[in-house]
Design a protein around this ligand. Structure first.
Ligand code: ATP
Ligand code: MG
Length: 566
C-alpha cells in the first residue's frame, strides 16, 4: 500500500491489476519511465459514482507512480453536448480532490488533425466515402458468424474520395447523404474492423467550434488518436472497449512514428444496487422531472451525492474498497453508506435535532427561566471541544421516544418512568396531555435538579438517554429524508419493463416543523452534522436565513441508547 499527498488529501492506492501492468511497463523501461493517464468524459450529462471510480483509478495511478493525468472532454457529438456539463464535470473532479493542472483538453482541439489524418487514410487508399444510408450500411455489416458485404462505393478512386470528402466538409451534402469509412476488412471476425464509419455529416453547431464543422469524427476515430497525441501511456477504460482495441491499434499503426503507443487496459464498470448508472436514464429522470435535477440528493451523480452530504474522502474510500476487476458485477450501496458513515463519524459535529416534536413541560422548573448545559461536539475528536446548549422548562423531544403503554423492550419515556435528557437532567413523566381527539399533545414531567450533567449523585441509573431541544430557543427546520431511488436491487435484471416503473414512491419524505438546537441557525450549506441518535445530515442550499433545510445523508447505525435495536 502506498500513500501520496495530493491537495493536502491522502490518496491510498492499493495495488490492483492495472498497477501491476504499469509496474511491468516501468520495469521494462517503456515510455522512458513516464506514467500518463487521462479521464475522458463525454460532456453529455453529469458525472456519477461510476465515473468517480474511473477518476480515482486514473488520477490514483498517476499519483502512485509520480505521473500526470489529463482531463479530456470527448466532445465529438454536438447534438448531446453542452457547456453546463463541461462546467459540472470540472467542478466534480476538483471536488473529489484531483487536479489536472494545465492539462485540460477537448477532442475538438484535434478536429483539424483528425481531418488531416482522414485525408492521409484516403490518400493511402484506406478510407472511402460511402453514399449509402445508415440502415443499408448496418445491414451490410453481417454478424459475428456471417461476413459483411462490401459497399458498392468501396473502390472509389483516391481522387474521387478526396473530392467527395472535401465536399462533405464544405457542407455540400445533407445530413445522412454519405459518410467516410475506413477500408479495412468486411470479413474480419471482429465486427468493429468491418469498415467502421470515421466521419458523419452533422449540421449542428458545436459548443466549442461553433459552425466551423459540419462533419464530425466518430468517437472511435477520435479517442485513441487523442490519447496518442497527448502522449498517454495507459488508457484505462471500461470492458466494453476491449473489442474496439484492434481498431484503435489499427488507427495508431497508420499514425505512429517510433515505438510509442498508449496501452489500453480495461476494467469492469461500477454498478450499484437500487440505482441506474446510464447517463441516458439519468437524463430522462431529470428531463421528465422524476427528480429535482442532476443534483437531486437521491441521484447517484457526484453532485447529488455532494448535496446529500457525501464527502470526497468517503467516495474515494468507496472507490478503493470496491476494487478493480475484469468481471461485471454490482456493488452494494450499503458499502457506499458505510464509507460516508465512517468518514462523518470522525468529522461531523454532533448536535441535537427533533424531527417529530412532542412538547415536554417541566412542571418544577421555574417558568421563563433558562440555563446553559455543556454538550460534547464530537466524542471521536477531542479537539472539537464543547458548546453550550440552552435548557428550559419547555422542551421538545422525539414523539417516538414516548409510549403510553410501552412493550417490554421499550426503555424510553413512559408514564411514571425516569430517563436522561442528554447532557442535562433526569426527567420523570408525570402526566399526559391530550387534545379533544385523544392525541397526545404534551407531557408534564418533573426534573431532578441534582442530576445536572446527566448523572444522579445517589448513583441511580436510567435505562435510556434521549435527545431534546428547548422549545423557546430551538430553530424551526425542514428535514428531507431519503430512501432508495428504486425499489429493486438490480435493475439490469428488469430489462422487460421500463426502469421508471421501479421508482420508489417513498424515496423522499419532507418533514416540516422539525426543531433543531439554536447553534444551527447560521449553518452553512453543505456543512455536515450528526443529529444525535438519528443520523448524519447536511445543510441543503435551499436553506434561507433563519430556516435551515437539512438532508439526511444516512441513518446512524449505532445509537448510544442502551436499548436493543434502537
Ligand atoms: P454512457 O452512460 O453514455 O455509456 P459513459 O458512461 O461511457 O457514457 P463517459 O463520459 O464516456 O460516459 O465516461 C467517461 C469515463 O468514465 C470513461 O472512461 C468510462 O469508461 C468511465 N466510466 C463510465 N461509466 C463508468 C462506470 N459505471 N464505472 C466505471 N467507469 C465508468
Ligand atoms: Mg462513453
Amino acid at each position: 500500500m502506498t500513500d501520496k499527498e495530493t491537495n493536502g488529501q491522502e490518496v491510498t492506492a492499493k495495488s490492483n491489476f492495472i498497477h501491476q501492468q504499469i509496474e511491468k511497463d516501468l520495469s521494462e523501461g517503456k515510455n522512458d519511465g513516464r506514467v500518463h493517464t487521462r479521464f475522458p468524459p463525454e460532456p453529455n450529462g453529469y458525472l456519477h459514482i461510476g465515473h468517480a471510480k474511473s477518476i480515482c483509478l486514473n488520477f490514483g495511478a498517476a499519483l502512485k507512480y509520480g505521473g500526470m493525468t489529463n482531463l479530456r472532454f470527448d466532445d465529438t457529438n454536438p447534438e448531446k453536448e453542452e457547456d453546463e456539463y463541461v462546467r459540472s464535470i470540472m467542478e466534480d473532479v476538483r471536488w473529489l480532490g484531483f487536479d489536472w493542472g494545465d492539462r485540460l483538453f477537448y477532442a475538438s482541439d484535434y478536429f483539424d488533425r483528425l481531418y488531416a489524418f482522414a485525408l492521409k487514410l484516403i490518400r493511402e487508399g484506406k478510407a472511402y466515402v460511402d453514399d449509402q444510408d445508415a440502415e443499408t450500411i448496418s445491414n451490410q455489416k453481417g454478424s459475428p458468424t456471417r461476413p459483411g458485404t462490401e459497399s458498392p462505393y468501396r473502390n472509389r478512386s483516391v481522387e474521387e474520395n478526396l473530392r467527395l470528402f472535401e465536399a462533405m466538409k464544405n457542407g455540400d451534402f445533407e445530413e445522412g447523404a454519405c459518410v467516410l469509412r475506413a477500408k479495412i476488412d468486411m470479413t474480419s471476425p471482429n465486427m468493429h474492423m468491418r469498415d467502421p464509419i470515421l466521419y458523419r455529416i452533422m449540421k449542428t453547431p458545436h459548443h466549442r467550434t461553433g459552425d466551423k464543422w459540419v462533419i464530425y469524427p466518430m468517437y472511435d476515430f477520435a479517442h485513441g488518436q487523442c490519447d496518442y497525441w497527448e502522449g498517454i501511456t495507459h488508457s484505462i477504460c471500461t470492458l466494453e472497449f476491449e473489442v474496439h482495441r484492434p481498431l484503435y491499434d489499427w488507427f495508431i499503426d497508420q499514425l505512429k512514428e517510433g515505438d510509442y503507443r498508449p496501452r489500453q487496459i480495461e476494467f469492469a464498470r461500477l454498478n450499484l444496487t437500487y440505482t441506474v448508472m446510464s447517463k441516458r436514464k439519468l437524463l430522462e429522470l431529470v428531463k421528465e422531472r422524476y427528480v429535482s435535477g442532476w443534483d437531486d440528493p437521491r441521484m447517484p451523480t457526484i453532485s447529488g451525492l455532494r448535496r446529500r452530504g457525501y464527502t470526497p474522502a468517503s467516495i474515494r474510500n468507496f472507490a478503493e474498497r470496491v476494487g478493480v476487476t475484469k468481471v461485471e458485477g454490482i456493488s452494494d450501496v450499503t458499502l457506499l453508506e458505510h464509507s460516508v458513515r465512517e468518514d462523518l463519524n470522525k468529522t461531523a459535529p454532533r448536535v441535537m435535532g427533533v424531527l417529530d416534536p412532542l412538547k415536554v413541560i417541566i412542571t418544577n422548573y421555574q417558568a421563563g427561566e433558562a440555563e446553559m448545559v455543556e454538550a460534547v461536539n464530537n466524542p471521536e475528536d477531542p479537539e472539537a471541544g464543547t458548546r453550550l446548549v440552552p435548557f428550559s422548562g419547555e422542551l421538545y423531544i422525539e414523539r417516538e421516544d414516548f409510549m403510553e403503554n410501552p412493550p417490554a423492550k421499550f426503555f424510553r419515556l413512559a408514564p411514571g418512568r425516569e430517563v436522561r435528557l442528554r447532557y442535562a437532567y433526569f426527567i420523570t413523566c408525570q402526566e399526559v396531555v391530550r387534545d379533544e381527539k385523544g392525541e397526545v399533545t404534551a407531557l408534564l414531567c418533573t426534573y431532578d435538579p441534582e442530576t445536572r450533567g446527566g448523572n444522579a449523585p445517589d448513583g441511580r441509573k436510567v435505562k435510556a438517554t434521549i435527545h431534546w431541544v428547548s422549545a423557546a430557543h430551538a430553530v424551526e427546520a425542514e428535514v428531507r429524508l431519503y430512501d432508495r431511488l428504486f425499489m429493486v436491487e438490480d435493475l439490469s435484471e428488469e430489462k422487460e419493463r421500463d426502469f421508471k416503473e421501479f421508482l420508489n414512491p417513498g424515496s423522499l419524505v419532507i418533514k416540516q416543523g422539525c426543531r433543531v438546537e439554536p447553534s444551527l441557525v447560521q449553518a452553512v450549506p453543505f456543512s455536515h452534522f450528526q443529529f444525535e441518535r438519528i443520523g448524519y445530515f447536511n445543510v441543503d442550499p435551499d436553506s434561507t436565513p433563519g430556516k435551515p433545510v437539512f438532508n439526511r445523508t444516512v441513518a446512524l447505525k449505532d445509537a448510544w441508547t442502551k436499548e436493543k435495536g434502537k
